[in-house]
Design a protein around this ligand. Structure first.
Ligand SMILES: NC(=O)c1ccc[n+]([C@@H]2O[C@H](COP(=O)([O-])OP(=O)(O)OC[C@H]3O[C@@H](n4cnc5c(N)ncnc54)[C@H](O)[C@@H]3O)[C@@H](O)[C@H]2O)c1
Ligand SMILES: [Zn+2]
Length: 359
């Protein structure tokens, strides 16, 4: 059974298809989208070995003209030099404005390929084929594309919505354990900000039947994106729960030390501790969140060697830091969240220090 979630954005609306074995009919799915035939399948060195050849062959037999462009796996590839290199390869392959991009991989490839699509010939269409949990439940939907800089995560980028998202849950079978688990940081985030039942259901996850879980997460993300595409009203900012401190930890640790979801796990813990202090989150709810993160073997303590000062200075470069005030997402109870500017840097410092407290 294929689940379909519509992302309602007027002229930029698109569908997210979630199901088993969808890659086998990608050619037909793309034919319905009135796309040009030349395209670049942008992928990474791990995913290329598993899926790129098959996909290229299949698309070619459906009348498309795909070239495969592979970047090294890992967060370090989400960079401006890498984006430039991919564009150069596309130019060398003869792709012009009558072409499109396919992002085949996890969130790193999705953000990088989406960014390339946003700037290539001032913008070409793209299709997301997410292959990690993070990408299927979160990054492939919503049109945020971008790259990192030394100073911080995702500081360069663009809103560029995909034309179609195809999440084939079969691809998750080849995901290594650590990468599988990290995705649950984003799932737990969605549950905390929006859906208590989803949170409770995470006690037992059926790995043989992940499509309903992915589809529920996509519904949550799609509804928020539809309400606030450009993060203007504050609604979309709720998706940053755990990310203000999480991104700062990713930057301070150096890209590649943590997987994204692992850094977000620490960010969620800090956000919950601030929520207990400021928003009335009950201690037992906070403990439930920590239990759930531990269940997916996500980190709950900051390793030695990552300096608190480096985390705080990365935080100040964050896009969410407006004129010295930080926009922070807190939860008063699992299932709901709100945005506030009333969290002080001292309170944030205390929450980050607590991540280290029990060593
Ligand atoms: N744009 C957004 O809205 C948004 C939302 C959430 C996260 N993100 C971004 O996503 C990135 C993290 O994404 P990620 O966690 O998917 O990382 P990733 O893309 O690096 O993938 C993790 C690892 O899994 C491998 N992999 C992916 N799919 C596989 C498969 N099916 N089989 C075997 N190996 C596979 C990759 O090669 C990589 O080594 C971060 O840069 C984060 O900032 C963006
Ligand atoms: Zn995230």
């Amino acid at each position: 059974m294929t689940h379909t979630v519509e992302v309602r954005l007027g002229a930029r609306s698109y569908r997210v298809l979630i199901g088993s074995g969808l890659l086998g009919s990608l050619g037909d799915l793309l034919k319905n989208e009135s796309l040009p035939s030349p395209c670049a399948i942008i992928t990474d060195s791990n995913v290329a070995l598993l899926y790129a050849g098959k996909l290229q062959h299949q698309l070619a037999s459906s009348g498309f003209k795909p070239v495969v462009i592979t970047v090294p796996a890992g967060e370090k590839s989400k960079s401006l030099p890498q984006a430039g290199d991919v564009c150069d390869q596309m130019i060398a392959a003869g792709l012009d404005r009558r072409s499109f991009v396919i992002a085949l991989g996890g969130g790193v490839v999705g953000d990088l390929a989406g960014f390339v699509a946003a700037i290539y010939y001032r913008g070409v269409p793209y299709v997301q084929i997410p292959t990690s949990i993070v990408a299927q439940v979160d990054s492939a939907v919503g049109g945020k594309t971008g790259v990192n800089t030394r100073g911080g995560k995702n500081l360069l980028g663009s809103f560029h919505q995909p034309r179609l998202v195809v999440a084939d849950v079969e691809t998750l079978r080849t995901l290594p354990e650590r990468e599988f688990n990290e995705g649950f940081a984003e799932v737990i985030k969605h549950a905390i900000i929006r859906d208590r039942n989803l949170f409770d259901s995470l006690v037992s996850v059926d790995r043989e039947n992940l499509a309903p879980l992915i589809a529920r997460n996509v519904e949550i993300k799609a509804a928020i994106v539809a309400a606030d595409e450009y993060e203007a009203s504050g609604e979309r900012a709720l998706l940053n729960f755990g990310h203000t401190i999480g991104h700062a930890i990713e930057t301070a640790a150096g890209y590649g030390r943590f997987l994204h979801g692992e850094a977000i796990s620490l960010g969620i813990i800090a956000a919950c501790s601030l929520s207990m202090r400021i928003a009335g989150l009950a201690k037992n709810e906070n403990d439930l969140v920590i239990q759930r993160l531990e269940q997916f073997k996500l980190p709950t303590l900051l390793p030695a060697g990552i300096s608190i000062e480096a985390i705080l200075s990365a935080l100040k470069a964050d896009k969410k830091f407006l004129e010295g005030r930080i926009r922070f997402v807190l939860t008063p109870g699992i299932g709901s969240a709100f945005l506030t500017e009333d969290v002080t840097l001292n309170e944030i410092r205390a929450a980050v220090e607590e991540l280290r407290a029990c060593e």
